[in-house]
Design a protein around this ligand. Sequence first.
Ligand code: ARG
Length: 271
Amino acid sequence: MPRDASPRRYLMCPPHHFAVTYSINPWMNPAKPVDLPLALAQWEDLRDRYTALGHTVSLLDPDPGLPDMVFAANGATVIDGRVLGARFAHQERHGEARAHLDWFRTHGYTDIREPVHINEGEGDFAVTATYLLAGRGFRSSPLSHGEAQEFFGRPVIGLDLVDPLYYHLDTALCVLDDAADEIMYYPDAFSPGSRTVLARLFPDALIAEEPDAAALGLNAVSDGRHVLLPQSAAGLFDSLRDRGFEPLGIDLGELLKGGGSVKCCTQELRV
Ligand code: ARG
C-alpha cells in the first residue's frame, strides 16, 4: 500500500561558499578538492526535487566565512513553531548559530530559545510522533537533552553514538513516518544500551546494513511517502519499497566530502 505524503517546509542554504578547509569529522579531508560548481548543481537538484514534490523551500543566505553552512539541519530545531537555536561544538561553526537565529527572528518566529548547552540542531535531534530522539557522544551535550525536553515538552530519548563516522544522530537514524513512530537506523553506530532502547521503542524499525550506512543512506528525508536518500545506498531501496515508501536516489557526492548528505542539507520547519 502506497503511503501518504504530507507537504513540508524546509530551510536550506546554498553552498556558494562550501569548502573543506578544516576537518571536524572523519569524512573531511582538506587535501581533497571540492568541485564547487558540481556541489552547487547537486544541491540545486535536491532543492528542485523538494519543490517538485510540492514542498516549500526557504533559503538562508550563505556567509563566505562559514563553509559548512550548507548543512542547514544543524542550525536549529523547530517543532510546533517553537525554535530551539543551536550552539555548535566546534569553533569553526560557531557563527552559524547566529545566522539561523537572525533568520527566524526576521521570518515571523517569536518563540525562540538561545540554548545554554551545546546542541547541533537536527543533526542530533529527530522528531517522531511520540519522542524527540537525541544523539550525544560527539557533538551535542547530554545536557542539551534536558533543555530540549523542557522547551518542547516532549519526551527526550537520549542515544549514545559510538562510531566517529556517525558523529551526528542523523547520520545513523532517519524518521520515515513522523505521524507514527517509524524509523530506520544503523545499530552499530549506537552503544549496546542505546541499541536495546531503540529495539524496545521501535521493534518494527528498518535496520540498515553497513554498506548503506557507510554511503550515508540514513542521512535521508521522508515526507511520509517519498524518501530522498543518497543513491549509492542501494540496499535500502527495496526495503523502503516493501514498506510502501517511494525511495528517490540523489547524488550529493561533493557534499559528502564535508560529511553530510540529504538530511544535513535540510532543516525541517515544523510550522
Ligand atoms: N562538516 C559538517 C560538520 O562536521 C557536516 C555536518 C553534517 N550535518 C549533519 N546534519 N550531519 O559539522
